[in-house]
Design a protein around this ligand. Structure first.
Ligand SMILES: [Zn+2]
Length: 106
C-alpha cells in the first residue's frame, strides 16, 4: 500500500503523491486520476496552455465551461472559469510542494 502525502488542496481538487513509486494522484469530486511524474508534467503543460475563452462553450445550464481531456481520451472534465483557475492553481502548488519535498529528502 502506498504511503501518499497531500501536495495541495484547492476547491474540489486534492493532489497527492507517493515518493516510492513516483505517482501523482489527482482527486477531483468523484474522479481519481493517476499519473506518472512525466505524465503529470505534460498534463500540467496542456492545462496551462489552454486559454479558457477560446475553448469554452455554453452548457445546458447556460454556463460557459472548458472541456479538458484527461489522459484517458474518453473522459473529460468540464470546468467553469473559476473552477478551471482553481484547478490550475492546485496543480501548480502540487508541483511546487513536490520540489520542496524532493529537496528536503536530499
Ligand atoms: Zn507508492
Amino acid at each position: 500500500m502506498c504511503k501518499t502525502r497531500v501536495l495541495s488542496t484547492k476547491g474540489d481538487t486534492v493532489i497527492s503523491s507517493c515518493l516510492g513509486c513516483q505517482m501523482y494522484y489527482l482527486w477531483h469530486n468523484n474522479l481519481l486520476l493517476n499519473f506518472t511524474s512525466e505524465a503529470f508534467e505534460s498534463f500540467r503543460e496542456v492545462v496551462n496552455s489552454l486559454p479558457f475563452h477560446k475553448n469554452s462553450l455554453p452548457f445546458p445550464d447556460d454556463e460557459e465551461r472548458i472541456i479538458l481531456h484527461t489522459p484517458n481520451d474518453d473522459i473529460c472534465f468540464a470546468f467553469c472559469y473559476e473552477e478551471f483557475e482553481t484547478f490550475k492553481q492546485a496543480i501548480d502548488e502540487a508541483m511546487y510542494m513536490n520540489e520542496v519535498y524532493v529537496l528536503m529528502s536530499k
